[in-house]
Design a protein around this ligand. Structure first.
Ligand code: SF4
Length: 213
């Protein structure tokens, strides 16, 4: 048992190498993790392409600066939008819209919401990033994007998300996702999971609020 962990205050951060060709880390990034985390603290590897690390509160600013220096991305843990889960962009950065995925991630990851929300992006309709099985899913098809909401991957309530709109350009996509998050924040109950919110509030009602017929 780590007695230090009981005495000091720690802040959890979800860390990864950002959006790229697969979920990868470089040795220098692992080196920074090893240097700045306590020797016997535990690192949790999640299914969302993140490592959960515990950072001493009094070192948080320095650790964040060091993470940024080596290209590690970090996000708050809890009732926030998670980082975008992506496919591996196997057909190429531009063809599969990696810049759009990065921009979308920068805009939404870390936003506070009623309950942890998992967004996913995939660069073509083969769908390796499983966008239909996440709370918010984006799928690139040719030169435009499709937006899905309300997917859930586990248990008896597992189901695919529903199509909000197709043929979106990047700005239309960003704008719709922003507004969906606003609707969830304004109308979701405390700790209400997004897919349950979609059921209770109503998929058609969400489309109505978005002025989509
Ligand atoms: S979704 Fe398409 S672009 Fe992305 S990894 Fe799969 S096949 Fe490649």
């Amino acid at each position: 048992m780590n007695t230090n962990i009981n005495k000091k205050k720690y802040i959890p951060l979800a860390v990864n190498g950002g959006i790229g060709f697969g979920a990868k880390l470089k040795p220098k990034q692992l080196g920074v993790l090893a240097e700045y985390l306590e020797e016997d603290s535990e690192i949790e590897l999640t299914t969302l392409q993140q490592l959960i690390v515990q950072v001493p509160e009094d070192e948080i600013d320095e650790v964040k600066r060091k993470f940024e220096e080596v290209g590690l991305h970090y996000y708050p843990v809890g009732k926030f939008v998670k980082n975008l889960r992506t496919c591996n962009f196997c057909k190429g950065e531009i063809e599969e819209g990696m810049p759009v995925a990065k921009e979308l991630n920068d805009r939404i990851a870390g936003q506070e919401v009623p309950f942890t929300l998992r967004p996913a992006y995939t660069g073509c309709p083969i769908g390796c990033g499983e966008p239909l099985m996440n709370d918010i899913g984006v799928m690139k098809d040719q030169d435009t994007f499709e937006l899905y909401i309300g997917g859930h991957p586990k248990g008896r309530e597992a189901r695919p998300g529903q199509l909000v709109k197709r043929d979106l350009n990047p700005d239309e996509l960003y704008n719709l996702v922003d507004r969906i998050l606003d609707i969830y924040r304004e109308n979701g109950k405390k700790r209400e999971k997004f897919y349950r919110f979609v059921d209770r509030f109503g998929f058609e009602q969400i489309k109505k609020e978005l002025d989509i017929s």
